[in-house]
Design a protein around this ligand. Structure first.
Ligand code: PCD
Ligand SMILES: [Cu+]
Length: 805
């Protein structure tokens, strides 16, 4: 065996385990157009569904006339709320404990709301016929501003009229959803009253949308002979969808098979349940044929889950020399027509209470009011674990505002307030226990890497030049130090609709020493097939290339809560390591038997068990796998497989230091990112290349959000940005070069010490870009200005500061 001649390091390298930049195995098919997405699924006799959607943001639906549509050859059915109501399916429960119309029941609450569902032989006929459905609307007053909505006599949710209790406690007004409070209000207000310095600002994080390349869709197929429903779809949480479909349709859960095939990006957009899924299932049951529904881009942007739309009023107190003593925040959360926010049930505003950020703030208070308006429902993460990007944006802006008030350098202000390395595990004033961190080390490394002092000197020179009329450009240095909270989560405090947020992995070793692993998560492009195999490779010493990974089929995968909130690594990644360790424990007994020594007399050595003190006597994992199946071993069952359901003891707290250097033209409002430095600490790094790709993708999305991307409404509730002509998606032209870097502070409670990373670049990126814009104008008196910082808005800042003469 040539294995014997290799050093342990060489054997480890051959496994392509953790720490190796193993090439992504999924890219062979993705780069050759061989992916298998929902729209690639074509079943015999398949029909197509298309929605009739409301042009109005708020209107009564007086009458729906289907006759003309039904007369079109090829149209099989037209469904309205009236057809669904005998089945009890005209409304559906939302993830936030509210309910939502599947098809308009008497009124519509946002532009693009589903009114009728046309089922036809092909998608062209369905679309044509949808145009022929005649709907009589009676327009109602429109509320798009949450502050107005809370004062208005107009009742948006007539179905809730008179209900003073919602899913999250008392409702204060007919357009109010909930109030959520965390921390100590009285103590925080007392500190604000006595503080040397208090900075106060309204920080708005505008409404945007995940806009994945592939829109949402499904294929529902009810087999009337077997009674089995197969639902293919773009689901980020296939098992949860199966349970929810069973609960709302009454179909037994074992008769439902949910399959998420390849997914073309999720970014939170594909977590929730949409009317399209329910209508397709009903249509398949009614017609006895498979029914496909796939949104177009406008439908995706107008009606499926949006993100953010948080108005965050903040007050931050400090001593004269900059030690922060208290933080106060009141958030008005615009949830649209229905509360369909995707958050763990006990957190109606997600993990917004991570808003004390990376700082040791002794006292804090947060209150969030959820409000109904005439906008699309949703409220998904969009590359941030449940409102963490909102929280990070809030605190990173407030720090800058405080720095202005104190006339201090913002890098120094951060440094003196960071939680110190020896304070971990750290108990935050708003209730979290940060598992690990070393912020000072990361911060100093980042400042040094960009030559912070040098940049400030250059900026000072540029300001001189600007004042002397030598240039019309300003330099902004955008600083951010963020702390994330990912890996929901401990079942004791995290569930969605009562489903505990553990996750799972099942590993089966084949006799010849290759393996298949199945997980409760689902990749949407992250590269799980590559990275989870690496964890197993390192844990049990079989090459990653010999391990197949499968996700997304509820008939074969163990139950899990899916992929969002960067939870796959913290939760399913831990389950993977634990399942692998169960296998290794059995392998140890097998090896000891084969080597004729006691179990305790063998030790693990990369890919084998060797006799202690006699490393030349060993059994490789491959040999052990064969023996597990083919040799009778007293006291042991044949076979080598294991499953782990992992309920994490805590979340993980990745962090990072991001710095953006931006040049701004005050006459045109144009910006140019000269440098973007991203240092991430996600604990143990499984695949450095994939991490780098995640950071590139996430910072690019952050650039989009900070610099132009927005779902904007006019006063009539029309969506002004429902096409890619208006909704900013950066191209290679706008996307700058990124410098990535890292420190490694493992999570103490995760079996391999890994934390999530997929969302971090968005959480850290948005404030870095926005702070750069603000920093450029700081010497001229700018304190706060709302995103997105598109050219027009930047021009207006300059204009407002009197820079245009
Ligand atoms: N330490 C570490 C960590 C991590 N990793 C890697 O990285 C990734 C990621 O991870 P994570 O962080 O754990 O996460 P996940 O869970 O997996 O995923 C999720 C995320 O992911 C991200 N990214 C991405 N990518 C892509 N391509 N696509 C997509 O879609 C996406 N999305 C996004 C989002 S938005 Mo949400 O949903 O909003 O909540 S959340 C999210 C994978 O592969 C893993 O393995 C490594 O390596 N290491
Ligand atoms: Cu979020």
């Amino acid at each position: 065996m040539n294995d014997q001649t290799l050093t342990p390091e060489e054997r480890a390298a051959n496994l392509k385990g953790m720490g190796s930049s193993r090439k992504r195995v999924e890219d062979v098919r993705f780069t050759q157009g061989k992916g298998n997405y929902v729209d690639d699924i074509k079943l015999d006799g398949m029909l197509f569904g298309a929605f009739v959607r409301s042009p109005y943001a708020h209107a009564r639906v007086v009458n729906v006339n289907k006759d003309a549509a039904l007369a079109v050859p090829g149209v099989v059915a037209v469904l309205t709320a009236e057809d669904l109501s005998p089945l009890g399916l005209h409304w559906m429960p939302t993830l936030a404990g509210d309910k939502q119309m599947v098809l308009a029941d008497g009124k519509v609450l946002f532009q693009g709301q589903e009114v009728a569902y046309v089922v036809a032989e092909d998608r062209y006929i369905a679309a044509d016929a949808a145009e022929l459905v005649e709907v009589d609307y009676e327009e109602l007053p429109v509320l798009t501003d949450p502050f107005e909505a809370l004062k208005s006599d107009v009742v948006l949710r007539e179905d809730l009229e008179g209900q003073t209790e919602g899913a999250h406690g008392p409702r204060k007004h007919h357009n109010h959803i909930f109030t959520w409070e965390q921390g100590d209000k009285d103590a925080t207000e007392a500190i604000l009253a006595e503080a040397d310095v208090v900075a106060e600002e309204m920080i708005y994080y505008h409404r945007t949308h995940p806009c994945p390349l592939e829109t949402c869709g499904c294929v529902a197929s009810m087999d009337k002979v077997t009674g089995k429903l197969t639902l293919h779809g773009t689901f980020q949480a296939p098992h949860a969808i199966r349970t929810v479909v069973s609960l709302i349709s009454g179909i037994a859960e074992h008769n439902i098979r949910v399959i998420s095939p390849d997914i073309g990006g999720g970014f939170g957009n594909k977590v929730g349940a949409y009317a399209g899924y329910v209508c397709s299932v009903v249509a398949s049951i009614v017609t006895g044929r498979p029914v496909k529904w796939v949104e177009n881009r406008m439908e995706n942007l107008m009606s499926t889950a949006f993100a953010r739309d948080y108005w965050m009023q903040g007050k931050i107190a400090a001593t004269k020399d900059g030690k922060i003593t208290g933080l106060w925040c009141h958030t008005t959360a615009d949830h649209g027509g229905f509360d369909a926010c995707a958050d763990p049930t006990k957190f109606p505003a997600g993990f917004m209470n991570i808003c004390t950020g990376s700082y040791d703030i002794p006292t804090a208070y947060l209150a969030v009011d959820g409000v109904y308006t005439n906008k699309a429902p949703g409220g998904v993460a969009y590359r941030c674990s449940f409102r963490v990007t909102e929280a990070a944006y809030f605190i990173e802006r407030m720090i800058e505002v405080l720095a202005i008030k104190l006339n201090m350098d913002a890098a120094e202000l951060r440094r003196i307030n960071f939680i110190k390395a020896d304070q971990f595990p750290y108990q935050s004033a708003l209730g979290w226990e940060y598992d690990s961190g070393d912020y000072h080390t990361a911060w100093d490394k980042a400042l040094k890497a960009v030559d912070y002092e040098g940049l400030r000197a250059e900026q000072a020179q540029q300001i001189e030049d600007f004042k002397a009329g030598k240039t019309r450009k300003l330099l902004g240095i955008g600083l951010t130090h963020f702390t994330e909270i990912v890996g929901a989560g401990p079942v004791k405090n995290c569930d969605i609709l009562g489903l505990g947020m553990f996750d799972s992995c099942e590993i089966r070793i084949h006799p010849t020493g290759s393996a298949i692993a199945r997980l409760g998560t689902i990749s949407q492009g992250q590269g799980h097939a590559t990275t989870f195999a690496q964890i197993i490779a390192s844990e049990i010493g079989l090459p990653a290339d010999d391990i197949t990974l499968e996700e997304g089929d509820t008939d074969t995968a163990p139950y899990g809560l899916g992929t969002y909130g960067s939870r796959s690594t913290p939760v399913a990644g831990a389950a993977t390591a634990m399942a692998a360790r169960k296998i290794r424990a059995k392998a140890q007994m097998i090896a000891a038997y084969l080597l004729e020594v006691h179990d305790d007399d063998v030790e693990w050595d990369v890919d084998r068990f060797a006799v202690k003190g006699a490393p030349e006597r060993f059994k490789t994992m491959k040999e052990i796998a064969f023996a597990a199946y083919n040799q009778a071993i007293p006291g042991l069952e044949p076979g080598l497989e294991a499953v782990s359901y992992y309920d994490p003891p805590n979340m993980t707290y990745p962090f990072g230091a991001y710095i953006c250097v931006m040049e701004i033209d005050v006459d045109t409002g144009e910006w140019d990112v000269r440098k973007f430095y991203a240092l991430d600490d996600c604990g143990t790094r499984i695949n450095p290349m994939i991490i780098e790709g995640q950071v590139h993708g996430g910072v690019t999305e952050a650039l989009a959000i900070a610099m132009g991307q927005e779902i904007a409404y006019d006063e009539m509730g029309n969506v002004k940005t429902a096409t890619l002509m208006d909704f900013f998606i950066p191209t290679a032209w706008e996307t700058p070069n990124y410098t990535t870097d890292h420190t490694v502070t493992p999570s103490p409670h995760h079996p391999i010490g890994a934390k999530g990373v997929g969302e971090s670049p968005n959480v850290g990126g948005v404030p870095a870009f926005s702070n750069a814009v603000h920093d450029a104008f700081r010497p001229f008196g700018l304190v706060q200005s709302h995103m997105p910082h598109d050219h027009w808005r930047i021009w207006r800042i300059a204009n407002g500061l009197g820079m245009h003469g």
